[in-house]
Design a protein. Structure first.
Length: 201
């Protein structure tokens, strides 16, 4: 039987992400702990890729707490904007976590552009300890289009303007269960869980 760690620190202060991870890991008897509840401050994300930033965050959380850590670095990649906002998705408008500001800037940048294709991208990193030489890394992509206005009240971040063709609605109009099955983070988590099962088998 697979035995996961009893406690894992999530290297994020995002409540939406914590809710998603908690829901997915509770079936394995894992208690997901937000880093801020353990006194872990955010660390500057100095990497130039999602992978680098996820490793930086996971290593920092594991070092401060002494617990295994999972870090998520994800963002919105818009084709017509050359991949922006990309790794800067959470602080696109200047202030970290300003979802309304970020969406407003995105819609402004996309004004008059006919190519609305985009995708959410997620990199997850799991480290058993801060000096873990073989962190588990998984990635996921979720294809969609950028709408011209907001729709829906679920989810977080850019969800209200991210239209999902396969479901005929925005990510913010989907239930948490629906989103977990098809989202970039959901896909990355499936891969990560498979790797963790092998690691802790």
């Amino acid at each position: 039987m697979t035995t996961f760690p009893k406690k894992i620190v999530l290297a994020s202060g995002n409540q939406g992400k914590l809710n998603e991870f908690t829901g997915l890991f509770e079936q394995f008897g894992v208690e997901m702990l937000a880093q801020k509840t353990l006194g872990v401050e955010d660390i500057p994300e100095t990497g130039t890729t999602f992978v680098e930033n996820a490793i930086i965050k996971a290593r920092h959380a594991a070092k401060v707490t002494g617990l295994p850590a999972i870090a998520d670095d994800s963002g919105l990649v818009v084709d017509a904007l050359g991949g922006a906002p990309g790794i800067y998705s959470a602080r696109y408008a200047g202030e970290h976590g300003d979802s309304e500001g970020n969406i407003a800037k995105l819609l402004s940048e996309m004004e008059g552009i006919s190519n609305r294709t985009a995708h959410f991208f997620c990199t997850l990193v799991f480290m058993q300890h801060a000096d873990d030489p073989v962190p588990l890394i998984s990635q996921g992509k979720w294809m969609g289009n950028i709408q011209t206005d907001r729709q829906g009240n679920e989810g977080f971040g850019y969800d209200p303007v991210f239209y999902v063709p396969t479901h005929g609605c925005t990510a913010a109009e989907m239930t948490k269960a629906e989103k977990n099955k098809v989202s970039h983070r959901g896909k990355a988590l499936v891969t990560l869980l498979d790797s963790m099962r092998q690691t802790f088998a």
